[in-house]
Design a protein around this ligand. Structure first.
Ligand code: IMP
Ligand code: MG
Length: 182
């Protein structure tokens, strides 16, 4: 794959093996979107809330395959600085101004690792009176088994640090159309 050699030295780190290629991602995203389309009653007021920045490509691909009315907003949370380890601190840098009362909120996340980010943030959203809050994550490392259950999981990820398709290492590699290990 020629484009790999163009980017594999960014951030002082090298890309390892491709874990999910773009075709596998595309097929799985379509399956999940079909399930989401079927999952909610037609009169549910669906708000899809993407966690930036990591979910931006997944979110864009997912919502284009969901065949029902919905609205979109984003959350910006930061728990990792320029690190591959969780610091335990979760900061909310952008909080959606959207009214949540009575609405069905679907959080779209790139990856669940320790589960800490969602464990901290979901209760804050639930406190705003939504009908329900569901989580859709592209990847799940299933390590800690803590807190919040994801209703939709794209892939059970290996316990490697992954980059691409929105996932970064120190802000590099987000644009790759596939997911690779570092
Ligand atoms: P958690 O709070 O430990 O579940 O971590 C969630 C966040 O950490 C994700 O939204 C990512 O931004 C980041 N993260 C966790 N694992 C990885 C990884 O393997 N690659 C890139 N980012 C990751
Ligand atoms: Mg990140």
């Amino acid at each position: 794959m020629t484009q790999r050699s163009d980017v594999n030295q960014l951030g002082g780190r090298s890309i390892g093996r491709v874990v999910y290629d773009s075709e596998s991602i595309r097929l799985r995203v379509r399956q999940i979107a079909d399930e989401i389309t079927e999952a909610y009653p037609a009169d549910d007021d669906l708000l899809v809330l993407g966690f930036l920045k990591g979910s931006f490509l997944f979110m864009a691909d997912l919502v284009r395959e969901i065949r029902r009315p919905l609205q979109i907003d984003f959350l910006i949370a930061s728990s990792y600085a320029d690190s591959t380890e969780s610091s335990g601190e979760v900061r909310l840098l952008y909080d959606p101004p959207a009214e949540l009362t009575g609405r069905t909120v679907l959080i779209v996340e790139d990856i669940i690792d320790s589960g800490l980010t969602l464990e901290r943030l979901v209760p804050r959203l639930e406190a705003r009176g939504p009908k329900r809050v569901d989580v859709c994550t592209l990847l799940h490392k299933r390590l800690a088994g803590r807190g919040v259950e994801a209703r939709w999981v794209g892939f059970d990820a290996p316990n490697d640090f992954l980059v691409g398709y929105g996932l970064d290492y120190a802000e590099d590699f987000r644009h790759l159309p596939y997911i690779a290990s570092l």
